[in-house]
Design a protein around this ligand. Sequence first.
Ligand code: ADP
Length: 342
Amino acid sequence: KNYQIIIEENRRLYNEVQELKGNIRVYCRIRPFLQGQNKKQTSIEYTGENGELVVANPLKQGKDMYRLFKFNKVFGPASTQEEVFLDTRPLIRSILDGYNVCIFAYGQTGSGKTYTMSGPSITSEEDWGVNYRALNDLFHLTQSRQNSVVYEVGVQMVEIYNEQVRDLLSEDVPDASMHSVKSTEDVLELMNIGLMNRTVGATTLNEKSSRSHSVLSVHVRGVDVKTESVLRGSLHLVDLAGSERVGRSEVTGERLKEAQYINKSLSALGDVIFALAHKNPHVPYRNSKLTQVLQNSLGGQAKTLMFVQINPDEDSYAETVSTLKFAERVSGVELGAARSYK
Ligand code: ADP
C-alpha cells in the first residue's frame, strides 16, 4: 500500500524529533462505531503499534489520499478502559514524588472525551474512566505510604465559559474554594456537585459541557514523618470544550461568541504546550483564562498528557484532520513537508 512508503520514509524523522517532546505525551484514541450507526465508512486507514496513524481523505484517490501522523500511542476502537489507563499509571505515581500532572481530553463533541475521562458508568469496574482510576491509584498510594508520610488532599473545581472563571464548588469566593478529601468517593461527590452546578441554565448536560472547559484540581501535600520535609504534587483533570470548528455562516449571536472563545482558548492552550515542548523561553500563558488557570501546573517539572479523541466516521474526516493537526503541533512532532508522499 502507498501509505507504507510514507511510514518508512518518516521513521528516521520521528527519531530526530523524539527528544523534543520532554514531559508532554499525546495519546490518540479512536472510538468505535456506535450501535445503530449503519453507515460505517471510516477515515482511519492504518494504526501502528508505535503510535503511527494514517488517515484517508475520502475526496482524494491514490497516493494523495493518505496522511500520516505520529503520536506516543494510538489506541484503536477495540481498546479497553484498562488498556488506556495502563500508560497513565506512572504519571499518577509521580504526583506523590512532587510532580504536577495535567491530563486533557481533546476532540470534537461526540468523539469520546467523556467516555475516556469519566467512563460510561462507575458501577462496573471495567467501565471506569481515567478520572476514577487515577484517583483510586492516588488514594491507594497515599494509604500504602501512610506510616512514613502524612498526606493532606484538597480539591478545587472550576469552569471556564466565555473567558470567565467560575467556582463550581461554592459561590461568592474570590478564588476557587479548596475542599479537603480523604477518598475517591469524597472526590466523586464533589465532582457530582460541580457537574450539577456546571449545567445550571443549560437544557441538557451535553449542551453546556461541550461549550465550556472544566478543571478538577487535586492537590496533595505530604509531610515526611521522620524528616518533616514537605512535598507537594497535583493532578489536574481537564475536560475541554468540543473542538469542532463552527463557521461564521452557521451560527450567530451567543453561539458565535461561545465558539470564538472556545477557539481562542484552545489555540492558546496549543501555543503554551507547543512553547513548552520546544523549550521556548517565552511561554504565552496570559492569552486565555484556561492557560492562566493552569499556569502553575503546566511547564517546569510538570507532566502533561493529552488524549486526542477521534470519531472514526468518514464524514468526520475534516474535523479528524483538524484535531490531529492540533495534536501533532502540541506533541512537538510535526513531520512537516516530509509527511506527504511525493
Ligand atoms: P464527547 O465527550 O467527546 O462529546 P462522548 O464520550 O459522550 O463524547 O462519546 C459519544 C458517544 O460515543 C457516547 O455514546 C459514548 O458512550 C460513545 N463512546 C465513546 N467512546 C467509546 C468507546 N471507546 N467505546 C464505546 N463507546 C464509546
